[in-house]
Write a protein of this length. Structure first.
Length: 366
């Protein structure tokens, strides 16, 4: 079976370095705020071209801490996408604000800038674009709307480590960019982990304080904070993997280009790649009304797939109190009903890639 992702294959290729990094942490026992955290933060900031990177406990924590640090709270509205994982929206609710969903671009699945104006109200405080599947959102257009209306921008770059829009790394367009290092991400830890990047010195200092129980020095707490720190073991693992991120992303792009060429003549929607972006293909989504049948066929052929995301957020039972109904976001709902993700991880062999292509083509030839 060719899995949707293969974390074991990745670990085997890095085993001596990963094991050595873990052993060093076990030896010095500085598990919380240890030297590995500071070292990884510096390296990740440099990789993103960011003045600051703040390591935190997860991608969800990254968004939560950023919203708190920016003063977003009860009575505020944050405009975002319903075509994403619920972790993009949970922090909005956690700070007492209200998520407001707008529909997405039918090609990229990202927030559609043309729909933002109609969703803005006097209560709108921020925009939260998601760089879905590793494809940067249209940040110049989003920032134009935000600037004109005086809105904050927090980028959810959980799936877009290393992606660029107009030559600028994602996460650097707004006040802050948030990242998840969930194990299956392009840059993944061996557990939950995340980071925030920003060019704002004061915001960075506040984020560092908030992640550590509001502590300004030992046993002196100057704000209501949280226990949302990045631990040293995860930082050590991430530091090893970060040195491979650029090459891994390039391999993902090579596989995606092969899929795009090999499947171009099929009645199958393929992900576009805008000329002004560097897409890093956290997922390679294809779109067909025969999605479920294609998934079953691929499973029988030994190919694992995924669906991202079968129930859009505006139709999730946990968010029913927001008052959305089926039909409110037709593009989002169409993508949810037709999307299927093919394996695109860097460790795929040429033989595996051809097996995947052959299985997809066989389905449509039947």
């Amino acid at each position: 079976m060719i899995p949707l992702m293969d974390l074991k294959a990745q670990y085997v290729s890095l085993k001596p370095e990963i094991d050595g990094a873990i052993a060093r942490v076990l030896e010095h026992t500085q598990f919380i705020q240890g030297p590995e955290v500071r070292s990884f933060e510096a390296a990740f900031a440099a990789a993103c071209g960011a003045p600051h990177a703040i390591g935190v406990a997860s991608g969800t924590a990254a968004i939560h801490l950023t919203l708190v640090a920016l003063g977003i709270g009860p009575g505020d509205e944050v405009i975002t996408s319903a075509h994403t994982f619920i972790a993009s929206v949970e922090p909005i609710l956690q700070v007492g604000a209200r998520p407001v969903f707008v529909d997405v671009d039918p090609g990229t699945g990202n927030l559609d800038p043309a729909r933002l104006e109609e969703a803005i109200t006097p209560r709108t405080r921020a925009l939260l674009p998601v760089h879905l599947y590793g494809q940067p959102a249209d940040m110049p257009a989003i920032m134009e709307v935000a600037t004109r209306h005086g809105l904050l921008v927090v980028e959810d770059a959980a799936q877009a480590h290393g992606a660029l829009c107009c030559g600028r790394h994602v996460g650097l367009w707004g006040q802050a960019g948030t990242f998840s290092f969930y194990p299956g991400k392009n840059l993944g830890a061996y557990g939950d982990a995340g980071a925030i990047i920003t060019g704002d010195d004061e915001l960075a200092a506040r984020l560092r304080m908030l992640r550590d129980h509001g502590r300004s020095e030992k046993y002196l707490h100057t704000a209501h904070g949280f226990g949302e720190r990045l631990d040293a073991l995860q930082a050590a693992i991430l530091a090893v993997k970060l040195t491979r991120l650029e090459a891994w992303n390039e391999r993902r792009r090579e596989i995606a280009a092969h899929y795009r060429q090999a499947l171009a003549d099929l009645p199958l929607g393929l992900p576009p790649e805008r000329d002004d972006t560097i897409h890093v293909y956290h997922q390679f989504p294809v779109y067909t009304r025969q999605r479920d049948a294609l998934q079953a066929h691929l499973k029988a052929a030994g190919v694992g797939t995924g669906i991202h995301y079968p129930v859009p957020l505006h139709l999730q039972p946990a968010l029913a109190h927001l008052g959305y109904r089926q039909g409110d976001l037709p593009v989002t709902e169409e993508l949810a009903n037709t999307e299927l993700s093919l394996p695109v991880y860097p460790e795929l062999t040429a033989e595996q890639i051809e097996t995947i292509v052959g299985a997809v083509r066989a389905f449509f030839a039947a």
